[in-house]
Write a protein that binds this ligand. Structure first.
Ligand code: SAM
Length: 281
């Protein structure tokens, strides 16, 4: 059963001459049953505005609309895609708004009404940067309730990694401190046109109302950045760049000064952040 009365994506791409550009991270999903399945990973969309970054020819956009999204705001940098997106706007009157803009420099919040979910097959070149921005706003909870995002599999593994895992690092801590994060789908390269070199995965993150452990966000982020900047070094040495006496701070919260960042849980990083904040003058 087709998901909508619009033409197949291959036809759309041919008609609008949308040859994929590597510089824009364009790997398109052309199977609308697959894009609907990805849209379903975002949960019930019927009462939500959905922000989609990089709709391209509109495969995931159509999935989100067919799955009942109240409204979709689609931000696309490539002007070549606009005509194809206008056809989707016409098929779903009043439910799709397209912005021809760079997602890194546009303020989307003024175009959206809560509750808001974000869903995207992100361009690989700006995907991590966008995720970090969504995870580190000034205020928490953020403007969005959940993120359903396609990444290269290795980035997805870094988001859900646990202490001791080789993928565990800054991204895992930023993501899991204030969100529940899990991988909900894995996709082989052949699912995309053109096929990328690597496998991909969809990560679903739900924003928690409160962080799992108390800590000042700025202090935690600077500790984690310094600790993982030199991840092979012992913490007593890697934290020298930001703490006057790292050994004393680590000992005060029960972390062996010889430990490495990749062994330390989010709970312990938060304890360290609280201690550092409380001893700052
Ligand atoms: N959503 C489509 C799909 O699943 O088939 C396309 C996904 S493709 C991986 C990434 C899309 O992001 C492309 O359409 C590309 O033009 C767009 N894009 C790349 N950089 C962007 C940016 N800075 N802001 C907005 N869109 C961008």
């Amino acid at each position: 059963m087709p998901i909508d009365p619009l033409p197949p994506l291959r036809e759309v791409i041919d008609r609008h001459d949308l040859r994929a550009k590597k510089s824009l991270g364009q790997n398109f999903l052309l199977d609308l049953n697959l894009t609907s399945k990805i849209a379903r990973q975002a949960g019930d969309l019927t009462d939500c505005d959905v922000l989609e970054i990089g709709p391209g020819p509109g495969g995931l956009t159509r999935g989100l609309l067919a799955e009942g999204a109240r409204r979709v705001l689609a931000v696309e940098k490539d002007p070549r895609c606009l005509a194809a997106l206008q056809e989707i706007e016409a098929a779903y009157p009043g439910r799709l708004t397209t912005l021809n803009a760079d997602a890194l420099s546009v303020d989307v919040t003024k175009h959206l009404t809560a509750p808001i979910k974000i869903a995207a097959n992100l361009p690989y070149n700006v995907g991590t940067e966008l995720l970090v921005r969504w995870l580190t706003p000034k205020e928490w909870p953020p403007f969005w309730d959940s993120l359903t995002l396609m990444f290269q599999k290795e980035v997805a593994q870094r988001i859900v990694a646990q202490p001791g895992d080789k993928h565990y690092g800054r991204l895992a801590i930023l993501a899991q401190w204030r969100c529940d994060a899990k991988i909900v789908m894995s996709l082989p390269p052949e699912a995309f046109t053109p096929a990328p070199k690597v496998h991909s995965a969809v990560v679903h993150l739900t924003a928690l109302q409160k962080p799992k452990f108390e800590a000042d966000a700025k202090t935690l982020q600077s500790l984690v950045a310094a600790a993982f900047n030199q991840r092979r070094k012992m913490l007593r040495s890697s934290l020298k760049s930001i703490l006057p006496d790292p050994e004393a701070a680590l000992t005060a919260v029960g972390i062996p000064p010889t430990a490495r960042a990749e062994e330390i849980s989010i709970e312990l990083f938060c304890a360290l952040a609280r201690h550092v904040k409380s001893t700052q003058v």
